[in-house]
Ligand binder design. Structure first.
Ligand code: C2E
Ligand code: CA
Ligand code: CA
Ligand code: CA
Length: 278
C-alpha cells in the first residue's frame, strides 16, 4: 500500500483528483448523476432559410457535474458509449426532449419538431422502436413532432439499418442523417433507406466562402438532396455570407451560432417559440 511504501504524506489536491479520476469513477458519477438530475438539455433553433422562422430545435445534452462543473457532450458521450451508459442516458434525453416539446404545445405555442441524437448503441437495440413508441405514448407527444438523428456509420450494415429505420418510420417520426459527408458509407443507402433529411456537416459549411471545394460539396449535397426529395439542413452557420450562399443553393434550413447557440429550455421558450393566435 501507499503507507507501506512511505507515501502516506501524499495529499491529493482537487487538481490531482481530477487528473487521476478513472474512467470507472466517471462512469459511476454518470450513473449517480442520472439519478440525481445532474443532466439537462439545451435547445438550438433550426431555422427556415425562406421565412427566417424557427421550425425545429435540436436537443443537446449537458452535465452539471458536482465537482468538475459543466461538462459538454464531447467530454462524456464517448465514455457513455463505451460503457453502455449511453442507452439509459439517451433514453433520458429522448424522454426529456419529448416532455419539453409536449409541455410547450400544451402551453399554447406553435408546435415544432424536436430533433434528438441517437447513438450507435441505441440504434443497435433490437426493441428501439418499441421503446421510442412507449416514450411517445407516455409523454403524449405525437410522433410527427420528433426527429431522430443518426450518422452514416449506423447505415453501414444496411440490412439492419433498413429494418430498424422502417420500424421507427412506422411510428410516424422523421429520420435525419447527421454530420452528412463525413462518414464512409456508400450513397446506396440514400436510395434504399427511409430517410427524410440530410444535415450537412459543419466542417463543409465553415469555409464555404473561402474554399471552392467546400462550396462545391455543399452545393452538390444540396442539389442531390433536392433530387432525392430530401430536406437539407446546413449545420454550423455562423455568418451572413454563409447564409446568403446557402439561400442561393435553396438549402431548406440552417442551424448555427448566426441564429443562436444552444440555450436552456426557458431561454428557448421565450426567444424562439411563438404563441398560437386565435
Ligand atoms: P452534433 O449532433 O453535430 O450537434 C451540433 C454541435 O455543434 C453542438 O455541440 C452545437 O453546440 C455545435 N454547434 C452548433 N452550431 C454551431 C456553430 O455555428 N459553430 C460551431 N462551431 N458549433 C456549432 P455540442 O452540444 O457540444 O454537441 C457535440 C456533439 O455531442 C453533438 O454533435 C452530438 O454528436 C453529441 N451529442 C450531444 N447531445 C447528445 C445526445 O443527447 N445523445 C448523443 N448520442 N449525442 C449527443
Ligand atoms: Ca413554460
Ligand atoms: Ca446532431
Ligand atoms: Ca452534426
Amino acid at each position: 500500500s501507499a503507507k507501506e511504501l512511505g507515501l502516506d504524506f501524499i495529499r491529493y489536491t482537487p487538481a490531482m483528483k481530477l487528473r487521476t479520476q478513472s474512467k470507472v469513477e466517471l462512469e459511476n458519477d454518470m450513473r449517480k448523476g442520472l439519478d440525481r438530475g445532474e443532466f439537462f438539455l439545451e435547445f438550438q433553433p433550426q431555422v427556415s432559410l425562406d421565412s427566417g422562422n424557427t421550425v425545429g430545435m435540436e436537443a443537446l445534452v449537458r452535465w452539471n457535474h458536482p465537482t468538475r462543473g459543466l461538462l459538454s457532450p464531447g467530454e462524456f458521450i464517448p465514455l457513455a458509449e463505451e460503457s453502455g451508459l449511453i442507452v439509459p442516458l439517451g433514453e433520458w434525453v429522448l424522454r426529456t426532449a419529448c416532455q419539453h416539446n409536449k409541455q410547450w404545445q400544451d402551453e399554447g405555442y406553435e408546435p415544432i419538431c424536436v430533433s434528438v441524437n441517437l447513438s450507435m448503441r441505441q440504434f443497435r437495440q433490437y426493441n428501439l422502436a418499441d421503446r421510442v413508441d412507449m416514450i411517445l405514448k407516455e409523454v403524449g407527444l405525437e410522433a410527427c413532432y420528433l426527429e431522430l438523428e443518426i450518422t452514416e456509420t449506423m447505415t453501414f450494415d444496411i440490412d439492419t439499418a433498413f429494418e430498424q429505420l422502417h420500424s421507427l418510420k412506422r411510428l410516424g417520426l422523421y429520420i435525419s442523417i447527421d454530420d452528412f459527408g463525413t462518414g464512409y458509407s456508400s450513397l446506396y443507402y440514400l436510395k434504399t433507406l427511409p430517410i427524410d433529411r440530410l444535415k450537412i456537416d459543419r466542417s463543409f459549411v465553415k469555409e464555404v466562402m473561402l474554399d471552392g471545394n467546400d462550396a462545391a460539396i455543399v452545393s452538390t449535397i444540396t442539389t442531390m438532396a433536392h433530387h432525392l426529395k430530401l430536406k437539407v439542413t446546413a449545420e454550423g452557420v455562423e455568418s451572413k455570407d454563409q447564409l446568403e450562399f446557402l439561400k442561393l443553393q435553396n438549402c431548406h434550413e440552417g442551424q448555427g451560432f448566426l441564429f443562436s447557440k444552444p440555450v436552456p429550455a426557458g431561454v428557448f421558450e421565450s426567444q424562439f417559440l411563438t404563441r398560437l393566435v386565435g
